[in-house]
Design a binder for this molecule. Structure first.
Ligand code: SER
Length: 317
């Protein structure tokens, strides 16, 4: 919307970086303040304001909100599933307090909308795995998943209690080539393309038949902005929307890559992340997102593979 000023917390992350650049194109560079604990380089730094800040520094975030008269906050700062299992207390503090600070500050000021991402990790081993419905059993057993599930409850509570316009998506694994993911269980689906181009070989840490819901970054960015720009009365779910594009296994990505690189070698060396992946759904029913605000994905596996292999440099990593 014209007149909006956006604060992007976690602007250097895999999703935050691309969201920042897209929003700057749509809202103007000066109207999207990038914030992160580390300073970015290149276009992210040059295309608009940047604030070096920890999301846990509530007073510091408050100063930024006041200085720029921020009207929308996206809080993308989080520790993902695999790293979260190694540093459970840190993951809980960052994921949970980061969100609660954001919600409190937004309620207290003139912030009109808040975006916060949830994840397929909010589901757990007792959730139905095929075509997982929007409302179902959720007993996550990773700290990341527990923080996402609790976060969803906080988001809905702020909406019900204070009328805060909070919006959220349960992202599947996100595949991209611009900014690398870090510490996630689905990260193999990014690494595999880089290694396919540079070495024609990849050793996967998940089993060949580990089916997971996934999405290509352009779809994830478009979904996020479409959700945020939809009329408030169309947003019927204030916890977090199921969101889907495709589901695949490592073996299926391997076959898709082989259509372009016939001598690509895929081997397996399974680690602790397999146990995390086994607790998540294989496919997601996102019919509410499609019905409420018109979600439609554009990329399937083969279309994504063609695009990824075109963009990933041959000499990379
Ligand atoms: N991509 C995330 C992870 O693997 C899930 O949201 O942790």
């Amino acid at each position: 919307m014209a007149g909006d000023t956006i604060l992007m917390i976690g602007a250097c992350g895999q999703i935050g970086a691309e969201l920042t650049m897209q929003l700057r194109q749509q809202y103007g560079g000066a109207n999207v303040i990038a914030a992160d604990i580390k300073k970015p380089e290149g276009e992210l730094l040059e295309s608009g304001p940047f604030a070096e800040i920890n999301v846990l520094d509530q007073a510091g975030i408050a100063d930024i909100l006041d200085k720029y008269r921020v009207t929308q906050i996206y809080n993308m700062a989080a520790m993902l599933s695999a790293t979260g299992e190694k540093y459970p207390m840190k993951a809980w503090e960052l994921n949970m307090n980061g969100l609660i600070h954001t919600l409190e500050l937004a309620r207290d000021r003139q912030v009109k909308k808040v975006y916060w991402p949830s994840s397929i990790a909010a589901f757990g081993p007792t959730t139905p795995k095929a075509n997982t419905p929007q409302i179902t059993v959720m007993e996550p057993n990773t700290i990341y998943g527990i923080s996402k599930q609790a976060g969803e409850r906080w988001c809905e509570w702020y909406f019900l209690k204070y009328g805060l316009d909070v919006r959220s998506l349960r992202y599947p694994g996100i595949i991209s080539y611009k900014t690398m993911p870090g510490g996630g269980t689905t990260d193999y689906a990014v690494d595999i393309y880089f290694k396919a181009r540079s070495q024609k070989a990849y050793t996967c840490f998940l089993a060949h038949d580990m089916l997971l819901p996934m999405m290509y970054m352009p779809d994830a960015i478009r979904a996020t902005i479409e959700l945020m720009e939809a009329d408030a009365e169309r947003i019927k779910i204030r916890s977090s929307y199921n969101l889907a594009a495709m589901s695949f296994t490592p073996a299926m990505v391997g076959e898709s890559i082989k259509q372009h690189i016939p001598d690509f070698q895929l081997t397996y060396d399974i680690d602790f992340r397999q146990k995390i992946a086994e607790t998540w759904p294989g496919s997601i029913d996102d019919s509410e997102a499609r019905a409420d605000w018109g979600w439609q994905h554009a990329f399937d596996l083969d279309k994504m593979t063609a695009d990824m292999l075109q963009h990933v440099p041959a000499g990379s990593q």
